[in-house]
Write a protein that binds this ligand. Structure first.
Ligand code: PRP
Ligand code: URA
Length: 208
């Protein structure tokens, strides 16, 4: 599938199996979300642009480089929150921009309830963070919001996707790359990814 990157990294596969395991407690679950997110973000950011700068080592001057563009991390509340810390460790100069969306339990449609984007768009690259891409409704709504705000480069970083969600994002936003740890089999009749990991928000925050 074009622009769908599924990690083959053994560390991600190992950690993902622990994450899925129903006996994994919330504390360990949060740790694993953070670690997997960091590894996925490392893989997803291999094409960030650099600017040349001059630096001085203790011995002499030399040419160095720095990230050229302002990066925004956009966790979709709630479950995306757990992905922020691990990704932020890799790029501490990134800004974190929160978007709150939940799925209506009956219709599975995304409902936006929080948006903390500043008025002026000043971010060149946004990484949307959400562990679960199920129907794809929440991801599409977030991409809509970021595009309307004026972001030129957007990537979605998620942990598990359903084929249905990938299909929806591709049909609405074919330009957005998806970076994932796994694509599962299907959605069940209440919109959960199978085999999946259950409810990513509840398992992180001990609710449900
Ligand atoms: C989950 C998940 C995604 C969404 C994916 O959030 O974190 O945001 O579902 O489903 P979709 O692809 O069908 O839109 P949820 O609505 O459970 O909210 P929560 O994170 O606050 O628990
Ligand atoms: N949200 C989750 O947390 N899990 C799913 O399987 C689907 C949506």
């Amino acid at each position: 599938m074009k622009d769908v990157f599924i990690s083959e990294h053994p560390l991600i596969k190992h950690k993902l199996s622990k994450l899925r395991d129903k006996s994994t407690e919330p504390k360990k679950f949060r740790e694993l979300i953070r670690e997997i997110s960091r590894l996925l973000a490392y893989e997803a950011t291999g094409d960030l642009l650099l600017s040349p700068i001059e630096i001085e080592t203790p011995l002499e001057k030399m040419g160095g480089c720095e990230l050229k563009e302002k990066i925004g991390l956009v966790p979709i509340l709630r479950a995306g929150l757990g992905m922020v810390e691990g990704v932020w460790e890799l790029m501490p100069s990134a800004e974190v921009l929160h978007i709150g969306i939940y799925r209506d339990e009956e219709t599975l449609n995304p409902i936006e309830y929080y948006n903390k984007l500043p008025v002026e768009p000043h971010i060149a690259v946004c990484l949307i963070l959400d562990p679960m891409l199920a129907t794809g409704g929440s991801a599409v709504a977030t991409i809509d919001i970021l595009k309307r705000w004026g972001v030129k480069h957007i990537k979605f970083v998620g942990i598990i996707a359903a084929p249905e969600g990938i299909e929806l994002v591709h049909s609405k936003h074919p330009d957005i790359p998806l970076h994932l740890a796994a694509v599962d089999d299907h959605l069940n009749d209440i919109g959960y990814i199978v085999p999946g990991l259950g409810d990513a928000g509840d398992r992180q925050f001990g609710t449900g």
